[in-house]
Design a protein around this ligand. Structure first.
Ligand SMILES: [Zn+2]
Length: 388
């Protein structure tokens, strides 16, 4: 095909992406500001804005008082006329929520339920809640993002293997939900979704090289390298949690023994304390009882810190991130814990790599991850009615 035939499509796609990225980074902007920020010509930007307004991805805000005519109105990611739905699947509890395209979660429209024991049960529940959130508003629902634990073949949106939520193995929740609800849906591995959330809504805005370690239910690593998510051959990269650290250790959901995630996660602490105290705890129970002195667990906390520091050191040594974000409730037990983990990791890290890396707590969560996943999907494909 001659380059003159390819160019208009490519140019349009590039413009769409730049306009959406610019609005995600800066919030509402005038047409003139968008032209300046993207560095693309005003007519090209204007044409793309018309398409994006039509698709529902963008809205025009109110004109400023001192502006005359249309050019003064700011353009923003849809807030009022469109919404997206986020789904967070997890071992014990799942969450479905509504949000605007700029990532604001509607706090009055979050539904939390015990994750059903079968895939059909899960799909029934998701369908009912998603349809509820789609139907209880005049906003158009542009799509559903599903944050999924385990290995997800992103090209085919299929869950390959989820050690901690095996009912979704070999299933295609996005396609199945689309079939039942008629809504566009995408399935995104949970740690990679967290990476997107931190980059869109958190402290990774503008960062090109960072990593996100989720140490909540399982242990996963998402890596943003050169401004793109590191995929690996099939998009399965980052399963740091299934590296063996104790060959004779506890059985992991993956079938091996002594994986890092059996000793370095919220779940690991919960399991250790439930066993010692012969009581079934959740991580929330543990945190509140530790804080009010009902239970003490210095040995268990030290053990999780020790293994978590091995995971942190591995991520820093392997990927040389500018920032490593950590996500997990364990780290919020008290302020000394993250400091201890970083100190322990420093001993296991090569000096120059450690010195160049800042370790921080993630400020976003998996709910925002699910929202970021669908926003990313929609903006990459440039909108539900604009597929090329
Ligand atoms: Zn494992």
């Amino acid at each position: 095909m001659a380059s003159s035939q390819i160019q208009p499509g490519l140019l349009r796609k590039m413009t769409v992406r730049k306009v959406l990225e610019s609005l995600q980074t800066h919030g509402p902007l005038s047409r003139a500001d968008l032209t300046r920020d993207t560095g693309i010509s005003a007519p090209t930007v204007s044409k793309v804005i018309v398409d994006l307004l039509d698709s529902g991805l963008l809205e025009e805000g109110a004109a400023p008082d001192n502006a005359v005519g249309r050019p003064g109105k700011k353009i923003q990611l849809a807030r009022d006329r469109a919404q997206v739905i986020g789904v967070v699947l997890d071992q014990h509890t799942s969450v479905v929520l509504a949000a605007s395209l700029d990532g604001q979660i509607d706090k009055g429209r979050i539904s939390t339920f015990a994750t059903p024991g079968t895939y059909d049960g899960l799909l029934d529940q998701l369908t009912a809640v998603v349809q509820g959130l789609d139907g209880d508003t005049t906003s158009q629902t542009l799509g559903v993002g599903i944050s999924t634990p385990g290995l997800v073949d992103e090209a085919h949106e299929r869950c390959l293997f989820s050690p901690n939520l095996q009912i979704i193995n070999h299933q295609t929740p996005a396609a199945d939900l689309t079939q039942r609800t008629g809504l566009e849906a995408t399935c995104f591995q949970e740690t990679r979704a967290l990476c997107l959330a931190e980059r869109l809504y958190g402290n990774a805005r503008g960062l090109e090289d960072f990593a996100m370690m989720d140490m909540s239910t399982g242990l996963g690593l998402g890596v943003f390298s050169g401004g793109e998510l590191l995929r690996g051959h099939n998009g399965l990269a980052g399963e740091l949690g299934h590296i063996t650290v104790d060959p004779t250790g506890k059985l992991c959901g993956c079938g091996n023994h002594g994986c890092l995630e059996t000793v370095a996660t919220d779940s690991a602490l919960t399991a250790m304390l439930s066993e010692r105290l012969n009581q079934k705890f959740t991580i929330d129970d543990i945190i509140s009882q530790l804080r009010n002195g009902q239970i003490q667990a210095p040995d268990e906390i030290n053990r999780v810190c020790e293994y978590l520091s091995i995971a942190v050191a591995a991520a820093i040594n392997l990927f040389n991130p500018a920032t490593l974000f950590l996500y997990g409730r364990f780290l919020s037990i008290n302020a000394a814990i993250p400091e201890q983990v970083v100190r322990m990791a420093q001993r296991r890290t090569l000096g120059p790599t450690f010195e160049q890396c800042s370790v921080q707590m993630a400020v976003t969560n998996k709910q925002q991850g699910a929202v970021a996943a669908i926003v990313h999907h929609l903006t990459r494909s440039a909108g539900p009615r604009m597929a090329e």
